[in-house]
Write a protein that binds this ligand. Structure first.
Ligand code: 13P
Length: 259
């Protein structure tokens, strides 16, 4: 059984002080849960401090982006080594907001995925179709292509490495719109993604890779996704910003998994 991952993507929200206050209040709000990987992907400037605050808790630290080189003359960029040193374990790569606003293409995403693996970080690869692509009936082809290109040149040698990959299905039209995909559609997309992984990596390895859903997930709808066998958790933007609602979503998945 794959362990569910519930991931907060704070995007460009929360100052350092606000991030620290969230972390102070969150454990009490959450109470006891187990068997779920809880990851918070915070802005760069909050990472070092949150890493210290997370010591002794079951929270895991993630970043939202990185450069693919370990160092170099890249003004304004952050390297995988820098992330590792402050205690980051996961990194979101290929988010549609980066593809859209910062011209990240599949080739760049591919370099970043390779680099994350090289430097011992676990990539959270985001894929998803635009509304236009969906209306043209291109969803499956777009997802398969994004997965293929992101993983191009990577080989199924190290089993442990693939177990660290998370693929997030995030339809662009569902992000921040309050209009999530339907559970059945999201599940079908997750199956398409797993098939694409199998084409690249063979039958066995992709059974270890988690495919999660993101896009307007909230307390009311999270189990509509997490209860489906093909979906192994959620990547959450807006609803992860308040400790109470993030905690409630994790609790919902915990109770649903326990039956
Ligand atoms: P929302 O949950 O705000 O729709 O954002 C989803 C997202 O982009 C997470 O990466």
């Amino acid at each position: 059984m794959r362990q569910p991952a519930i991931i907060a993507n704070w995007k460009m929200y929360k100052t350092l002080t606000e991030a620290e206050e969230f972390l102070q209040r969150f454990p009490e709000e959450l109470g006891h849960v187990s068997g779920i990987e809880m990851i918070i992907c915070a802005p760069f400037v909050a990472l070092a401090s949150l890493s210290r605050q997370m010591e002794g808790t079951s929270l895991i630290l993630g970043a939202q982006n990185m450069h693919w080189e370990k160092d170099g003359p890249f003004t304004g960029e952050i390297s995988p080594l820098m992330l590792r040193e402050v205690g980051v374990r996961y990194v979101i790569l290929g988010h549609s907001e980066r593809r859209m606003h910062f011209s990240e293409d599949d080739e760049i995403v591919n370099k970043k995925i390779k680099s994350a693996f090289t430097f011992g970080l676990s990539p959270i690869l985001c894929v998803g179709e635009s509304l236009e692509q969906r209306e043209r009936g291109q969803t499956d082809a777009v997802l398969a292509q994004q997965v293929r290109k992101a993983l191009d040149g990577l080989h199924p040698r190290e089993e442990e490495m693939w177990g660290r990959l998370v693929v997030a299905y995030e339809p662009v039209w569902a992000i921040g719109t309050g209009k999530p995909a339907g559970g059945a559609d999201a599940e079908q997309a997750a199956e398409v993604i797993r098939l694409a992984l199998q084409e690249q990596l063979g039958q066995e390895l992709p059974t270890k890779i988690r495919v999660i859903y993101g896009g307007s997930v909230n307390e009311a709808n999270i189990t509509e996704f997490s209860s489906r066998p093909a979906i192994d958790g959620a990547l959450i933007g807006g609803s992860s910003l308040k400790e109470q609602s993030f905690a409630r979503m994790i609790q919902a998945v915990y109770h649903e998994r326990r039956g």
